[in-house]
Design a protein around this ligand. Structure first.
Ligand code: ADP
Ligand code: MG
Length: 222
């Protein structure tokens, strides 16, 4: 088997009487864009929620790189190199794009609380690094001119780009995107496609859930 960055074995989840996931097994090979498709209600978001630690699963196991992450909390999973976005946009509206991105960097690599309290050199360097990464990613997602605008003033599609930027900020190995094009205008859809292609060329792996089948067929290795 080629190098699997993500491997799932028998992942299961039920909500009361509803069997949302019934023994899901697959692999995502490193460096690919791999798409997961299915009708509404087939369990795609539930799968992402389980493997990213946002929902408790009922059975099965999964690994990122070589590391087993079954049942681990979101912060462990993100530090193991897997970031995700949500089907509906989640950004902090009153904060600027720059602040949203820098905050995501902090969420990914939280130094011990007392280094923050004491404003240690480590903490100051970390904050400077977060600002630098926020500017880099702002440029990468094509929002460099909006870095100081409150996120709430951006279009829905641009807010989704900010959320994608937050997922990219701590240089993950694998990003899991839940319907990145839903509610996004055609121009931004093209921009997202170009971004995902260029990230793949740099070695990033993407697990993509998306209903836009033209996009899925055009972008996917598998
Ligand atoms: P998809 O993302 O493929 O549209 P979902 O994972 O959102 O599918 O939903 C899969 C099934 O699980 C659906 O029947 C849905 O109603 C149910 N479901 C999803 N989330 C919850 C929840 N938090 N509580 C109860 N049922 C849920
Ligand atoms: Mg969904």
């Amino acid at each position: 088997m080629a190098d699997a960055i993500l491997r799932l074995e028998g992942v299961s989840k039920r909500y009361a009487g509803v069997v949302a996931l019934d023994g899901v097994s697959f692999v995502v090979e490193r460096g690919t864009i791999t798409s997961l498709i299915g009708p509404n209600g087939s369990g795609k978001s539930t799968l992402i929620d389980c493997i990213s630690g946002f929902q408790l699963h009922d059975g099965g196991r999964w690994w990122v790189g070589g590391a087993e992450l079954s049942g681990r909390p979101p912060w462990d999973i993100v530090r193991a190199g897997m970031s995700r976005t949500f089907q509906t946009v989640r950004v902090y509206g009153p904060l600027t794009v720059r602040e949203n991105l820098a905050l995501a960097m902090h969420a990914h690599r939280v130094p011990a609380w007392h280094t923050n309290l004491l404003a240690t050199g480590f903490m100051r360097r970390f904050a400077a690094k977060a600002q630098q990464r926020a500017a880099e990613i702002g440029q990468r997602i094509g929002l460099d001119r909006m870095l100081d605008s409150p996120a709430a003033t951006l279009s829905y599609g641009q807010q989704k780009l900010v959320a994608l930027g937050c997922a990219l900020i701590a240089t993950p190995q694998l990003i899991v995107l839940d319907e990145p094009l839903a509610g996004v205008n055609p121009t931004l859809c093209l921009q997202i496609g170009e971004l995902l292609s260029s990230l793949r060329a740099e070695g990033l792996t993407t697990l993509l859930v998306e209903h836009n089948m033209d996009f899925v067929m055009r972008m996917s290795d598998r």
